[in-house]
Design a protein around this ligand. Structure first.
Ligand code: KMT
Ligand code: NI
Length: 171
């Protein structure tokens, strides 16, 4: 895992976009974002049951797996959104970037690789992209139904109760 402010430079979202300004794990924690490195599934399972997770699936995001819809998918994962439930991602192979909004609404880029696990709290604005290698395999864990509806950022979502609750907890 490596976290830093996104440089906001134009260019492909899959490039590193490292501004050179690092972000610490405790800064991430203050935003409700929790990181673990779990070399074995045993720890993932323990965390999941502690937090009451009931469902999971696996997704491979790559041109090989997704074919023609790959580029489209990568674009849609990269539109800024939130969820009403917390989201856990455990990287099984490959790597990718989760971008989360800082308190000042800047993007913080979190680079995840194999065996990294990330918990994103409900209500945080975020987005995802593969990197230049165009390959990631991840386990997605769901507290309830294996559905997670992305709510794209906009005036209505800004006042969503889960968004308000998140802001109350982190400011
Ligand atoms: C998300 O939340 O955007 C995703 O689940 C992307 C695929 S998981 C690597
Ligand atoms: Ni998401």
């Amino acid at each position: 895992m490596k976290a830093y402010y996104y440089d906001n430079a134009p260019g492909d979202q899959r490039e590193d976009h490292d501004s050179g300004r690092p972000v610490t794990e405790s800064h991430l924690q203050s935003l409700g974002v929790i990181y673990h490195h779990f070399p074995s599934l045993t720890s993932v399972n323990a965390l999941a049951s502690e937090r009451g997770y009931k469902n999971r699936d696996e997704i491979t995001v790559s041109p090989e797996k997704m074919g023609d819809v790959y580029e489209e998918k990568v674009k849609s994962f990269f539109s800024e959104h939130l969820h009403e439930d917390e989201e856990i991602r455990y990287i099984l192979d490959g790597d990718g970037f989760f971008d989360v909004r800082s308190r000042d609404d800047d993007w913080i880029r979190i680079r995840l690789e194999k065996n990294d696990l990330l918990i994103l709290p409900a209500g945080i604005y975020h987005r995802f992209t593969t990197d230049g290698k165009n390959y990631i395999k991840a386990m997605r864990l769901f507290q309830d139904e294996p559905k997670w509806t992305p709510l794209n950022r906009g005036p209505e979502v800004d006042v969503n109760p889960h968004r308000r609750e998140y802001l109350k907890k982190t400011t």
